[in-house]
Each structure stands twice: as structure tokens, then as C-alpha cells.
Write a protein that binds this ligand. Structure first.
Ligand SMILES: [Zn+2]
Ligand SMILES: [Zn+2]
Length: 230
């Protein structure tokens, strides 16, 4: 039903996820922050390989949506290339619009040469459900790492759900709250994780923006950043 390919992009090894509905080939790109040529070549022509893949799909992929968890440049820096190549609108929570406007300069501070930042045509609203490629995503706004940071929960009938968590929650860690121009807030981030992520099913597979996959159940039990406050 779904195939989820991961590309680790930029020197920050940001996880770009390419999610395909295997019934139709329709495909969503989540957090297209870098290496857009490599990703486009693989999607359009089957050239190269992703860094990891869950499931299998051998047909032709057709990209139908570009969606983001948040606006740090390693997550959004190559959206302009993806938008123009696939001629698609882009989704981002509007509370990250200011941060997004800085993507090119913040990238430059890290030595990345990025195009002028993309503007999102569409904003997430907490609690809304959106269907892309025939797949339903619930939008969970989890500010704290950034003002507009969201987790995108892909609901599947036949298996566990998949949470694209951006930099809100990592395996054994949480997102930084000390980055400039971002609206980081540690207390808020912890509160959002406790109230909006812990109620999700324990077997929900968490796809963090950086580092290995994990599950909600695993993090609820063992994540030291949340447990030390219990
Ligand atoms: Zn981030
Ligand atoms: Zn990140």
C-alpha cells in the first residue's frame, strides 16, 4: 500500500521522505531540503538508490504533493527546485513563514548555496486531515523547535501509522530550542510532545528529521528528555 524511501540530504543528514501509494504510483515528498537532482532522477527515471526504503514499488512514480514539517533550511532549501520541476504548490505551517524567508541566509552561514527561499501557498492547521496521493495525513502542530513545527501522521488501515516528526522528536532526543530566529521554547516543546504525541498509538513509526527511526511507545518509555521531568 505504501512505499517510503528515505534520502539523507545536506551535510546535516536531514531525512527527506518520498512516500508512494503503491496502488497508483502517486508520490509525496516530505522535507525536500537538499539533493533535489538526486531525488528527482530516482523518482522520474529510477536512477540511483535511496539511502533506505520501507516497502517496495517498481512502477512509475508521479509526484503530487510537496509538504513540510518545518522551515529550517536543511528541510526546505531545495523546495524551489522541486516546486518548479513538478509544478506543484507547497505546504508549510504559516507560523514558520518568517523562518522560511531566512532559509537562503541561514544556509549561507553553513556554507550552502541555496536559491531564494520558496513561499508556501498552503498552511497547515492543527487537527486538520489532508489526503494526498490517496493517503490521509493528520496535522499535529507541535511548536517548540520552531513556531510552525508540525508532525504529519500518515494513517494506514493495514499497519502502524507513520509519523513524520521533523525535528520535534528524535530517537532518545528532542529538537534544539536554542536556534536563532526560530521561536524555540523547551517547555513548550516538552508539553507538545506529552500532550499531542504521547496519545498516539504506541506502534506508530516515528520518522525523525535526523537519525534512526523509532516508535512512540519506545520514546514514551525511554526518551531521557521527557522522562527526567516525570
Ligand atoms: Zn529544524
Ligand atoms: Zn533538521
Amino acid at each position: 500500500m505504501v512505499c517510503i524511501a528515505h534520502f539523507f540530504v545536506t551535510a546535516l543528514a536531514q531525512r527527506c521522505s518520498v512516500v508512494t501509494n503503491t496502488n497508483t504510483g502517486e508520490t509525496i515528498i516530505i522535507d525536500g531540503g537538499g539533493d533535489s537532482n538526486r531525488i528527482i532522477q530516482w523518482i522520474d527515471q529510477g536512477i540511483g538508490e535511496p539511502d533506505a526504503i520501507l516497502g517496495q514499488f517498481d512502477g512509475q512514480r508521479k509526484v503530487v504533493a510537496l509538504i513540510n514539517t518545518h522551515a529550517h533550511f536543511d528541510h526546505s532549501g531545495h523546495i524551489p527546485f522541486l516546486k518548479s520541476h513538478y509544478n506543484l504548490e507547497w505546504w508549510l505551517h504559516s507560523d514558520d513563514d518568517y523562518l522560511q524567508s531566512l532559509a537562503q541566509e541561514s544556509g549561507a552561514r553553513w556554507g550552502f548555496d541555496l536559491p531564494p527561499p520558496a513561499i508556501a501557498e498552503n498552511s497547515w492547521i492543527h487537527g486538520e486531515k489532508h489526503t494526498f496521493a490517496g493517503l490521509e495525513f493528520e496535522i499535529i502542530h507541535t511548536p517548540g523547535h520552531t513556531l510552525g513545527g508540525c508532525c504529519l501522521n500518515l494513517k494506514l488501515e493495514e499497519g502502524p501509522n507513520h509519523l513524520f516528526a521533523g525535528d520535534t522528536l528524535f530517537q532518545g532526543s528532542i529538537g534544539r530550542t536554542d536556534l536563532p530566529d526560530t521561536g524555540g521554547d523547551l517547555e513548550l516543546l516538552l508539553q507538545m510532545i506529552r500532550t499531542r504525541l504521547w496519545p498516539l498509538a504506541d506502534d506508530t513509526v516515528v520518522h525523525p528529521g535526523h537519525g534512526p527511526l523509532t516508535t512512540i511507545g519506545e520514546e514514551k518509555r525511554y526518551n531521557p528528555f521527557l522522562n527526567k521531568y516525570h
